[in-house]
Design a protein around this ligand. Structure first.
Ligand code: SF4
Length: 434
């Protein structure tokens, strides 16, 4: 189907935040670090897969928090950092992101051990990394603990608020309520983290345009530095996917929610730093995502973590429903002295070109593209290019091809048009349903 028809149909695509998507990774035999080609500036991601709740919509690797397992896991994670010591030590690390799961369940001394291991691998890591980030659930935000996190070098905290409406939060299987989320944002602002980031979701159970708009109003009143807005893609393997195989909120409504969010944030002095993020910070609110999109490498550590070398994307053991099983496979491998990589994909020259185009699609430098790949974007992707222009989704400004407001709204549909048939086929049945 053509882009124009997809737009007219309000076809929904879950956010394209990586290419090739992890859904098309296959078993990687014979993995060797010597094969990997990383950029000179790299990003580091560490996965902490423990949660105090299991949210119905969650598609991440996680398991219920247990102190014993957490300690064993941290010890394996530190071993894995050491295994990458040569690469991490040799590169300029521009961002560190501790995600999950709920990494804010870590005790400050545990976070300190992880940061010490990173410093042992790369002494200047905290001086060079402009962004040192941790993810948090609202109820895990405590003043004293986060004060210690800040002292350890954390400068960005990303809270998964998702909604301020108590009923929606409850149906999602979460333990907090809207007031707890508001208090968490206030606490982090009081502690003066450089970047307090909140996520809001579109399309969770029981949500309507009206209740989404109410959550937006509460968010705007709290005035975090950055807000990210995601439409839920219902993944078949999640609890919610099993309960609602046909999805929840209608696609048209999801797009309308995006537009409501855009209007409200722009009116309140935020700028749109990418298709689904609004920030008051000039650098845009999420350095790791931006630099990885633009092509910088990522080293992912921990169970389920993905790494993006220039030539191979690969992943440690990952499961959505059997997080404990994946964690155990990860720890067994690392404790036996081997890398834990299970799946991945080699990137051909064509896939690298597509990855670059997709990652930079919001503002694509056409000269740079042709210098890098020896071909014009408008020739290689002739049909997509002309449709982007004819639908009013993009325009040329100097050497840049830029998305318009409409293009940003349908950014994931456009990105999908740039997928290779190989990746489409490999993804097949694993896509989010709606
Ligand atoms: S959404 Fe976040 S808090 Fe909820 S289960 Fe998933 S990782 Fe844990």
């Amino acid at each position: 189907m053509k882009l124009n028809e997809k737009i007219n149909d309000y076809e929904f695509q879950p956010e394209v935040y990586a290419y090739p998507t992890a859904r098309c990774y296959k078993k990687l035999d014979g993995f060797s670090v010597a094969q990997l080609k990383f950029t000179d500036e790299i990003n580091v991601y560490l996965h902490i897969p423990f949660c105090s709740q299991l949210c119905t919509f969650c598609g991440y690797l996680k398991t219920l928090n247990s102190e014993t397992l957490r300690k064993e896991y941290i010890s394996a994670l530190i071993k894995e950092i050491k295994m990458y010591e040569e690469i991490i030590g040799d590169k300029k690390v521009i961002s560190v992101n501790i995600g999950g799961g709920t990494p804010s369940l870590l005790q400050p001394n545990e976070l300190g051990e992880i940061i010490d291991a990173l410093k042992a691998a790369n002494e200047g890591i905290l001086n060079n990394a402009k962004e040192v980030s941790i993810e948090a659930t609202p109820e895990s935000v405590e003043y004293e603990k986060f004060k210690e996190f800040k002292d350890l070098g954390i400068n960005r905290v990303s809270i998964g608020v998702e909604s301020f409406v108590d009923k929606e939060i409850g149906v999602a299987g979460r333990h907090n309520d809207g007031q707890v989320s508001s208090n968490a944002v206030k606490t982090l602002k009081e502690l003066r983290f450089r970047n307090v980031v909140c996520d809001l979701m579109i399309g969770i159970e029981d949500q309507t345009e009206k209740t989404f708009s109410d959550s937006l109003d509460t968010m705007i009143e709290l005035d975090p530095d950055t807000v990210e807005v995601y439409a839920l893609g219902v993944i078949p393997s999640t609890m919610i996917g099993k309960r609602h195989p046909k999805g929840l909120m209608g696609n048209r409504e999801k797009y309308e929610c995006y537009e409501i969010a855009r209007k409200k944030f722009l009116e309140k002095g935020y700028f749109q730093s990418c298709h689904n993020r609004y920030s008051k910070l000039p650098e845009g609110g999420y350095l790791q995502e931006d630099t990885v999109f633009r092509g910088a490498s990522l080293i992912g550590l921990g169970a389920g973590a993905r790494s993006y070398a220039q030539n191979i994307h690969y992943r440690n053991p990952f499961e959505v429903l059997d997080g404990k099983g994946a964690i155990s496979r990860y720890m067994n491998k690392i404790n036996s002295g081997s890398f834990a990589v299970e799946t991945g994909i080699f990137l051909s020259g064509d896939e690298r070109m597509r990855r670059y185009a997709i990652g930079n699609i919001e503002s694509l430098d056409l000269h740079k593209f042709s210098n890098l790949f020896g071909a014009e974007f408008s020739t290689v992707f002739k049909e997509v290019y002309s449709e982007m222009i004819s639908t009013g989704c993009a325009y040329e400004a100097g050497s840049k091809l830029k998305l318009t407001a409409k293009g940003l709204l349908f950014r994931d549909l456009i990105a999908r048009q740039l997928f290779s048939s190989r990746v489409e086929a490999l993804e097949g049945p694993y896509r989010a349903t709606v």
